[in-house]
Every structure is written in structure tokens, then in C-alpha cells.
Design a protein around this ligand. Sequence first.
Ligand code: NAD
Ligand code: ZN
Length: 363
Amino acid sequence: RELTVDLGERSYPIYIGEGLLDSAAGYFTKHGISKKSTLMIVSDSHVAPLYLETLEQHLRGEGFRVTSAVVDAGESSKSLAVLEQLVAKALEAGLDRKSAVVALGGGVVGDLAGFLAASYMRGVQFIQIPTTILAHDSSVGGKVAVNHPLAKNIIGAFHQPEMVLYDLNTLQTLPIREVRAGLAEVVKHGLIWDESFVEWCVTNAGKLQALDADALGYALYKGCSVKAAVVSEDERENGLRAILNLGHTIGHALEAVAGYGELLHGEAISIGMIGSAKLGLRYGAPQSVYDVTKQSLQSCGLPTRLPAHLDTDAIMDAMSHDKKFKESKMVFVVPVAIGKVEIKSDVPVEWVREIVEELKQEA
Ligand code: NAD
Ligand code: ZN
């Protein structure tokens, strides 16, 4: 499958299929990646042992000059310190302005390598080879960043890739918890945009969790299509792009309070989407919107209850650090129908507090 992210002269293709890792060189050549300049593959300590050698050997065999850097798996690698190490490696290997940086991994590697590509010599070409389901979200849209100890994703840029190569075979080794967490963003893309896709997800939730290649290919195609459509209309988040934050206001607060690791991002936003659906009810959405939201997330094996030991005050406090907080009103993405959300900028803080409490009682 193939689709295009339509951004004028920065448009780029997303290829989704089995075995793309072994045919990457053809796509590279087609999209003007130079064989004269060294390209640098960035991967992490889980993904590299599984797929790096295959990709390196294939590219070298096709005449590309390749160097690689492997960072520790996990969010902590999205740091300025690791970025600095990567820059040192890039300089040592002689990367120049015509070089490309290739991200082989999940969202962590994509964001880190993407920021390297955005900043090294004021910007070089960038290729995304996502290996998680979640990365269908992070690899499309051009947001790249590293974290600061005080805030996530705070040092970053918009830097669109030349292409996204999604090899479904790489997903076969993904731990089931990561599979489910990634499906949360897939379902989110349905909930904000496409009712029939939500129904499809519920019907195919079993196949998706069993990593059926056809089902996964379709789900990632649809998820990427929604993301691409939204980003095409609003590349720099001046308006529409905000709908992608469904479930993220509560979700980010939960991640921060639980400590990164206890709740995966997808798990936190799953609970957050239930919270948003509860808000929807208060704004008059039909009960079925809440019911279908819950059913779609539960069918994918995702949590819907907020862990009771997480302190409500701490969660509210964490949300106040999120930029979406003005006086006693908050901004939320709220489902009004399945496949349709609205931005509400007048959500009473008290409602949010009540919903956080309700989420602890959720079945
Ligand atoms: P991740 O990159 O940490 O991957 C999750 C885990 O799976 C890691 O341990 C990784 O080593 C492992 N893994 C990856 N691929 C594997 C494979 N094929 N087989 C076995 N193990 C594999 O996390 P993620 O969930 O992919 O991404 C989360 C990151 O994405 C966060 O840092 C988040 O901020 C970022 N993100 C960015 C955007 C954006 O628009 N740029 C959007 C959403 C999320
Ligand atoms: Zn997200």
C-alpha cells in the first residue's frame, strides 16, 4: 500500500508492506538519496539486533555508504546528551549536507533521529523506517524532538521525512503490550475522523493483536491516512491539528504522575480518551459515543480505568503544566459523534476533576 502526505513541495510517500527492509535501496534511489554521501542509520538496543544488520548489508550491497548508531532503548535516549553523541558520530563518519539520516525503530528513535536530521548542518534528508505500531503516528507529520528534564518534546522542530517505509514484518517481534499501546493511536485516528474505521477496528481487534499482516497493513494505512489528512491541512498546528490530541491532556498528565514506564503512552491516552468521552456526555453527546469509544479500546486490550493510587491533585497539577489551561477553564478535544470531535475551550476545571475521580471507578 502507498499513500502521500500532501504538503506541497514537502510532500512525501508512505509505503506499507511486507519485506520493505530488503528493498529499501530501490525506494532510496527513487527519492533521490545520494550514494556519494554517507547515510547514518539510527536505531535502538532492542531493534538493532533484530533488523539493523539486514538493512545495513542490503544498502551496502546496493552501493550505499552506511554508518550506524545504536542508542539505549527507551525514552531517556531522547535527550540533548544522546543527540550530542550522535552528532559526534556523524562528524566522525563524515556526514555532509547531502547525507540522509535513517530512523530504524519506534517513536523514540524517530523523534531523536529526526531532530538530528533537522539540526545537523541546519538540516539533512530524513527517512523514517518505523518498527512499532505507535510510530504510524509519530513518523507522519514532521514533528521531531528531544526531551528536557523539565518538559517532554520541548526541544524540537518540524522536519518532514523524504519517505516513510513501513515494513510489516518488523512488527512481528513487538511485545504484545506495545502492540496494544500502538493500537490506541490507531483507534484514536478512527474516533476523530472515521466512524466506519472504528467499527472495522472493533471487528478486527483480534486479528490486529495477533499481528495478522493484512489487518495490520490496513489499520496502519487508515491511521496514517487520517494523520496525513489532518497534517496536510494544518502542518504547523494552528488549528485542526489539535484534534490529534484527543485523550492526550489527561493522558500526558497520567504519564507524568505515574512515572514514564508504569503506563505506556498508548495506555495513558486510552484512559484519557475515556475521560474525553465522559466530557462529551456532559456536552450532550449521545451515550452511544461513550459506549463505542469504550468498546473500541477494550476490544484492543487497552485499559480504561485510571489506576486508583494516582493522586487526583497531582494529576490536576500536571494538567495545569500542559499549555491547555487558562484560569479555571481548560481546553479539551471532545467527541460529539463517533468520527467527529470538537475543541472545547471552556471546560470547567471542576468537571475535569470529577471525571478523573470517575475514571478511577471505571469498569
Ligand atoms: P519506543 O520507540 O520506545 O518503542 C517501544 C519499545 O519497543 C522500545 O523498547 C523499543 O526498543 C521496542 N521496539 C521497537 N520496535 C520493535 C520491534 N519491531 N520489535 C521489538 N521491539 C521493538 O516507543 P514508541 O511507542 O514507538 O514511541 C513513543 C515515542 O514516540 C515517545 O517518545 C513519543 O513522544 C513519541 N511520539 C511522537 C509523535 C510525533 O508526532 N513526533 C507522536 C506520538 C508519539
Ligand atoms: Zn499520542
